[in-house]
Ligand binder design. Structure first.
Ligand code: MRU
Length: 365
């Protein structure tokens, strides 16, 4: 998408330097920094410490991490080691495991001298496929927004609430939850986005608000606790969120706080949709609540807040008493029964085993 009038993806291969580049998301929205990833360690650090984040982007970065390793050492042991190390970085987003399994299966049957070129080509393709999936998700989600717009008074916007950042920065381009929003704006449908700040790391405040602003999409930042109130007062027409892993039974794992939004949406009879590319479906898990591993992150993300000071410098400040112990589960699981539909690249599926199996018969076994 656009940054100051220039098109960027969140990750790309730079032909001149022959390196993978990313937008280092730790500094947004206050600094726009591009960094090169070259070593195995740099790819692992970038995923673990959230220079890149968001399930589809984590998968793309992992594919490039394997490809970069193959340029240095294409042996079986290097392939095993890089896949194992990358897999340890973040446990919840299944796109990471998907990309690593995919690369491993592709490469292990090949002669070593062919691995580097084929791995890099496949990593590029994984990125392009993600972009195309998200474009299709946008077109499928556009129909939902269009239907709601048709039932609104003339000139009234469709009010969409979103949680965390499932925008282009969380994918290679377009985003998942935001792709229908961009497509609606392109179709001249008036939309207004309620952006949940998404504590503790504030991906909504820092990333989604920045994305919306860059594209001139009407939006307001709200604290995470405001959504239920807005829904009760008719100020939300639709919720669209992303997901880090959706179980084969339609249970949706996403950023912590998503479940509470789904409960409030159900109570207020507001449609609650989840937008996802098919690599985010975990066909091996049939009970999302019981089986999806939930990442527990450092308590400092809860006790501290990062931002810009009045003098323009960036700083982290402590908001709790010295020594306060914090719990920091990074994700929660929304049962499929609270989800109106899953917006995929193939269409909108019911959030049930049957619904997903009918949409993706080849994968569902
Ligand atoms: O911890 P993060 O920032 O990686 O979490 C991201 C999310 O929860 C997103 O909503 C999800 O990955 C969907 S991204 C298209």
């Amino acid at each position: 998408m656009q940054v100051d009038g220039k098109h960027y993806r969140s990750i790309w291969f730079d032909d001149d330097s022959a390196t993978v580049r990313i937008i280092d998301q730790r500094w947004l929205p206050h600094r726009f920094l591009i960094v090169e990833l070259t070593s195995r360690k740099s790819f692992c650090d970038a995923i673990r410490d959230m220079w890149v984040r968001g399930a589809p982007l984590i998968g793309a970065a992992a594919a490039y991490g394997v490809a970069a390793e193959m340029q240095n050492d294409a042996s079986d042991s290097a392939l095993d080691e890089v896949c194992n190390e990358l897999q340890q970085t973040r446990p919840t987003a299944v796109n990471l495991v998907w990309a690593l399994n995919h690369m491993r299966q592709l490469l292990q049957g090949l002669p070593e001298q062919q691995r580097a070129a084929i791995a890099m080509k496949r990593a590029h393709e994984i990125c392009d496929e993600d972009v195309e999936c998200n474009r299709q998700i946008g077109l499928n989600g556009l129909q939902i927004i269009k239907n709601i717009a048709e039932n609104k008074d003339v000139g009234q916007p469709v009010n969409i609430l979103t949680h965390c950042n499932a925008g282009w920065l969380a994918t290679v381009d377009w985003g998942t939850a935001t792709s229908p929003i961009y497509h609606a704006a392109q179709a001249d449908i008036r939309v207004h986005v309620w952006v949940d700040e998404t504590r503790p790391r504030n991906q909504g405040a820092q990333l989604t608000a920045w994305e919306m602003d860059s594209h001139g999409i009407s939006h307001q930042l709200i604290v995470d606790n405001a959504g239920g109130h807005l829904m009760q007062h008719g100020d939300v027409d639709l919720v669209i969120v992303g997901t880090d892993r959706t179980a084969a039974n339609g249970d949706v794992c996403n950023k912590i706080g998503t479940y509470l939004k789904a409960l409030a949406a159900k109570d207020n009879e507001i449609p609650f949709y989840v937008a996802l590319p098919s690599p985010t479906i975990d066909w091996n898990i049939t009970n999302g609540i019981a089986e999806i591993p939930i990442e527990e992150r450092d308590g400092q993300e809860v006790t501290h807040v990062w931002g810009k000071l009045e003098d323009g410098n960036l700083a982290s400040v402590q908001i709790s008493p010295d020594g306060t112990a914090a719990g920091n589960p990074a994700f929660d699981v929304t049962p499929g029964r609270l989800v109106t539909g899953l917006i995929t690249e193939r269409g909108v599926a019911p959030a049930t085993s049957e619904g997903l199996a009918a949409m993706f018969p080849k994968f569902s076994g």
